[in-house]
Ligand binder design. Structure first.
Ligand code: ATP
Ligand code: PH2
Length: 177
């Protein structure tokens, strides 16, 4: 009965670079918090980011993070995130290939784990401006593994590929990306 467990603060990162990206992100946030075990605490701005890794020539991503308080344990939270990815037609084929939706668990309280099924904090988050920058906009005091998230963002190699939130067009998107 996970609904009776104490709540733990978790950070989830969302990304989309296929289809109607903005609509996918907002529907996914709704799906992620549409459970009694998950309460939405905070939402970052949406940022446009150059794809990091994967096949060349991918469309840009829209990325954002949310903070939730959850009574799920870490593995239940991962399974929930993966079910939301599946609901948005995510298909895992090529590593880091374009995707309609990616949801990663960035941190779960202060839990540290090397388990490859769920590594906490997320093993690549501290180098990813596409995670760190929207997180720092949402919470300028946020800390990851003892470092200020805003400082990690400034040092991240992909910081140059990020367009500030206000500059992301508010026009409806062409779903071809
Ligand atoms: N913190 C984490 N958040 C999400 N998945 C994780 C985490 N740690 C380990 N994993 C594992 O990574 C596997 C691959 O995840 P996924 O397909 O989302 O990777 P990716 O988004 O392509 O790349 P990356 O892991 O670099 O973000 C998942 O099946 C999951 O078990
Ligand atoms: N800009 C950007 N690049 C990525 C992203 C992402 O969300 N945004 N996700 C990846 C795998 O999780 C790999 N590369």
């Amino acid at each position: 009965m996970s609904a009776t467990r104490p709540l733990t603060r978790a950070i989830l990162a969302l990304g989309s670079n296929l289809g109607e990206r903005r609509g996918t992100l907002s529907a996914a946030v709704g799906d992620l918090v549409d459970r009694p075990e998950v309460r939405l605490v905070d939402v970052s701005p949406v940022v446009s980011t150059t794809a990091v890794g994967g096949p060349p020539g991918q469309p840009d991503f829209l990325n954002m993070v949310i903070a939730v308080d959850t009574s799920f344990d870490p593995y239940e939270l991962l399974a929930h995130c993966q079910s939301v990815e599946l609901a948005h037609h995510r298909v895992r084929e090529v590593r880091w290939a374009a995707r309609t939706l990616d949801v990663d668990v960035i941190s779960y309280g202060d839990v540290v784990s090397e388990d490859p099924v769920l590594t906490l904090p997320h093993p690549r988050a501290a180098q990813r401006a596409f995670v760190l920058y929207p997180w720092a906009l949402m919470d300028p005091q946020a800390v990851l593994s003892g470092h200020l998230v805003s400082e990690l963002a400034a040092a991240a190699p992909d910081m140059r590929g990020i367009v500030h939130a206000e500059l992301v067009s508010l026009e409806p998107e062409d779903p071809q990306g």
